[in-house]
Design a protein around this ligand. Structure first.
Ligand SMILES: [Zn+2]
Length: 447
């Protein structure tokens, strides 16, 4: 259904057979001579990878430190320029953030797959945080703000592409890299802040995310619950309270909103992976609601039937179907108005669910095979309950397959104990490079 909606028929045919090629692909095979070269090249470039990592971690790029985010953007822009990519800094004025770095490479071969690589430049550590520097703990571990979440993942993107570029293997792959500047604290409105990402996903066949996932090198993310905000407003006929429940007066805005919320709970609580929560309510004769500050004021009198009521809430679901079913039930409940009341329910553009699709599973299988070919472990899917919404969620339904959690592993993300396991740097760069290479080879088979 999603494919039909977003992809032209020609693309659909191509992807259909592409997907089946992936599904029938054999178990892990040994590296061929070109693949061995890719793995070796990644290893021999590891000094440069480490330098870029240290340089970028040492620049504070808390989301609201726009100067810092742009500086980190420049570090990575220079790397993509080195690879001959077309680079562009997209200013973030329209969504009140620093902006995004976009880097693209166009294949010189026809029918090459289009791959989107996703990272982010910002961290949760603000300019005045005490945690600011890259510091080596021992041979294996390095501490640093944003080292695994996710400057390490950004470096893996650069170095995986570097290895392919240096071996002249990029000509059969279309690449778009989007390094956002506001993953940790999304710019608003989302329709502006996620626009570049959504457009890139509309262009792409395949999306790869380089977050640290659940920081286990033996897992990757094929599904994430989405998170969407909703707003419910009701209105009633104001009159003296003594007239409430009369045929010509009805029930007022507050009874109507109470009916709706209670019915949401009765019909939807405890179903599937769905959760929803009303977070704030204002109601009375007149109300003011400041959406940005999540604040409200109300005026009303106990002897006057309430004219207006508003509640804001959130909803989380694992699949687009689960979310749309819930939305349909909610809208039906909203429409069954008490006498002389009306109600409207609106959903904001939020983080869509990334469902565990067949395409995502096929991509994970290919990634796991790549890992085994390199002599590393089988890679399994992260439990989606352990994976919150992330930038890759915005590609859900727009790409044929998506996989996240391919970044630098470690522990303590979002805390001062953030530490990277440096043994995963070369391994996951090799895995990413080989995955992209094998995807391009399968794309070729299909021409
Ligand atoms: Zn992150």
């Amino acid at each position: 259904m999603k494919l039909i909606k977003f992809i032209t028929p020609i693309k659909l045919i191509k992807l259909g057979s592409f997907l089946s090629l992936l599904l029938i692909s054999s178990a892990a095979s040994a590296l061929d001579p070109i693949e061995t070269k890719i793995a070796e090249r990644v290893k021999s470039n590891s000094g440069r990878a480490l330098e870029t990592l240290e340089q970028s971690v040492n620049i504070n790029s808390g989301t609201m430190n726009f100067v810092g985010v742009k500086k980190v953007g420049k570090v990575f822009k220079a790397q993509f320029d080195r690879l001959g990519f077309e680079t562009q800094w997209l200013e973030g004025d329209s969504f009140s953030r620093a902006g995004h770095l976009i880097a693209s490479h166009t294949a010189s071969l026809a029918n090459s797959p289009k791959i989107l690589l996703i990272g982010h430049l910002d961290t949760v550590f603000s300019e005045d945080d005490s945690f600011q520097k890259f510091s080596r703990i021992d041979e294996t571990y390095v501490a640093g703000p944003g080292i695994t979440d996710m400057k390490g993942g950004d470096v893996i993107i650069v170095e995986a592409l570097s290895a392919l570029h240096e071996l002249d293997l990029l000509k059969g792959i279309n690449i778009k890299v989007v390094l956002t500047g506001e993953e940790e604290r999304s710019g608003t409105p989302l329709s502006e802040s996620k626009k570049a990402l959504i457009e890139a996903a509309q262009w792409a066949d395949i999306a790869l995310g380089f977050e640290d996932g659940d920081s286990n090198i033996n897992t990757a993310v094929i599904a994430r619950r989405g998170s969407v905000e909703w707003q419910l407003e009701t209105s009633g006929k104001p009159a003296h309270s003594s007239q409430i429940f009369q045929d010509n007066i009805g029930y007022g805005a507050i009874f109507e909103i109470a009916r709706i919320l209670n019915q949401f709970r009765l019909e939807l609580a405890g179903t599937g992976d769905l959760t929803f929560n009303p977070g704030m309510m204002v109601a009375g004769t007149s109300i003011e609601h400041d959406q940005t500050a999540s604040k409200g004021q109300a005026f009303g009198k106990n002897n006057v039937i309430a004219k207006t009521a508003k509640v804001t809430g959130g909803i989380r679901a694992l699949s687009a179907e689960e979310l749309s079913n819930a939305k349909a039930v909610m809208q039906r409940i909203v429409s069954e108005n008490l006498a002389h009341t009306s109600a409207t329910l609106t959903f904001k553009l939020g983080y869509p669910p990334m469902a565990p699709t067949e395409g995502n599973r096929a991509l994970l299988k290919l990634y796991s095979e790549v890992s085994q070919s390199l002599g590393y472990n089988v890679v399994e899917a992260v439990n989606p309950r352990n994976a919150g919404a992330a930038d890759i969620s915005f590609t859900a339904g727009l790409v044929d397959m998506a996989l996240d959690g391919l970044g630098l592993m470690g522990s303590g993300g979002h805390t001062k104990d953030e530490v990277a396991d440096m043994t995963s740097l070369v391994k996951n760069t090799q895995k990413a490079a080989l995955l992209i290479y094998r995807l391009s080879e399968k794309g070729d088979d299909n021409t």
